[in-house]
Ligand binder design. Structure first.
Ligand code: NDP
Ligand code: GDR
Length: 343
């Protein structure tokens, strides 16, 4: 029987890579699509003609029940979220509704459609659930590298909401016997990354500066350290997490950390420019409470899932700059860049 997957966040970076990966594995894939005429739908459907869509929104419980009931998935990947951390200080309540309550709503939809309750636990074949948890939950971590048992100390409303999503996923696993896991993923990037995140902001900025379309690039805290990997590698780990005999949560990263300063210096160097001539610090881009250092302890994901990343940090930054040089050369309007980026 062909396996069916339902993905929320299908129009996002990870949704597109995951859908491509699952289609290659022979899955029938449905993407949950919100909004009356979501402009990002055509970008993702252009990439994959095999993809089907179902309407729904993580803010609307009934729509999730209908979607799960209609698709009858074997696996649900909950990637939908407001994922830009600074926005969570501006719209904390909305971010909590989507990133925290949205997880509960999707778990409830699966529980209801599967007919599970306190007295009727899951047995045999059941819908498996993946929650997109985040290293942002570690925040001001008491230890580095961070592993599955590191205590959470989130520093943003985004991180707090993701911690709720992570715990409620674990709670449904323990309460109803659901196969539900949280993948604690560290930062992962690609040419499909949103332009607001720092690596893509840098690769786009460098490409535009190189082509004479921009002179300066404003950045915030360039000393922040992150464990950056390639999104295409990380979706393999998501899938693997749902193929185990026993559900469990895993940390996924490369185990290496680099500063924003290193990322931008590599990107400028790659096109023969010096970052000191172009970058300036804009204090408005510094966050109210920063996460200074994140690095994954990848022992369990490597040993138990047999997963490892294929793309290293230097290749990732160069891949993004090269892709943006092509896009910018053909597309001079900044606003059209995402469309040009193969979306
Ligand atoms: P993106 O920002 O690229 O995509 C977010 C997706 O969420 C979009 O498809 C968006 O759809 C959808 N979405 C937003 N609001 C809702 C809603 N109310 N109902 C349904 N869908 C909604 O994120 P990424 O692909 O980078 O990340 C995927 C997930 O992984 C997110 O949950 C993120 O928080 C998490 N994560 C990401 C990491 C990373 O480094 N990329 C690391 C760790 C966790 P629309 O087109 O409708 O706006
Ligand atoms: P992050 O990613 O907040 O870690 O969340 P982002 O790329 O936004 O920031 C990384 C670090 O770079 C510093 N920084 C800047 N960031 C942005 N966006 N713009 C700037 O100009 C800038 N200058 C410096 C930031 O302060 C920060 O320290 C990402 C998202 O994908 C989340 O959804 C996900 O959960 C986490 O990664 C893991």
């Amino acid at each position: 029987m062909t396996r069916r997957a339902l993905i929320t966040g299908i129009t996002g970076q990870d949704g597109s890579y995951l859908a491509e990966h699952l289609i290659k594995q022979g899955y029938q894939v449905w993407g949950l699509m919100r909004g009356q005429a979501n402009p990002r739908k055509s970008r993702v459907s252009r990439l994959m003609s095999e993809l089907s869509f179902v309407d729904g929104d993580l803010m609307d419980q009934a729509s999730l029940v209908s979607a799960v009931d209609l698709v009858q998935p074997d696996e649900v990947y909950n990637l939908g979220a407001i994922s830009f951390v600074p926005m969570s200080w501006q719209q904390a309540e909305l971010v909590t509704e989507v990133n925290a309550m949205g997880v509960l709503r999707m778990l409830e939809a699966i529980r209801q459609v599967s007919g599970l309750s306190a007295s009727r636990h899951a047995t045999g074949k059941q819908i498996r659930f993946y929650q997109a948890s985040s290293s942002e939950m570690f925040g001001k971590a008491a230890e580095t590298p961070q592993r599955e048992t590191t205590i959470f100390h989130p520093r943003s409303p985004y991180g707090v909401a993701k911690a709720y999503g992570h715990f409620i996923t674990r709670n449904y696993r323990e309460s109803f016997g659901m196969y539900a896991v949280g993948g604690i993923l560290f930062n992962h990037e690609s040419p499909r990354r949103g332009a607001e995140f720092v690596t893509r902001k840098i690769s786009l900025g460098v490409a535009r500066i190189k082509l004479g379309l921009q002179e300066k690039l404003p950045l915030g805290n360039i000393d922040a350290l992150r464990d950056w990997g390639f999104a295409g590698d990380y979706v393999r780990a998501m899938h693997l997490m749902l193929q185990q005999d026993t559900p469990d949560d895993y940390v996924v990263g490369t185990g290496e950390m680099h500063s924003v300063r290193e990322a931008m210096s590599l990107a400028f160097e790659h096109v023969g420019l010096n970052w000191q001539d172009h970058v300036y610090i804009d204090p408005a881009l510094v966050r109210p409470a920063e996460v200074e250092i994140l690095c994954a302890d990848t022992t369990r994901v490597r040993q138990e899932l047999g997963w490892k990343p294929e793309v290293d940090f230097t290749s990732l930054i160069r891949m993004m700059v090269d892709a943006d040089l092509k896009h910018v050369a053909t597309e001079h309007e900044y606003g059209d860049l995402l469309a040009a980026a193969g979306w």
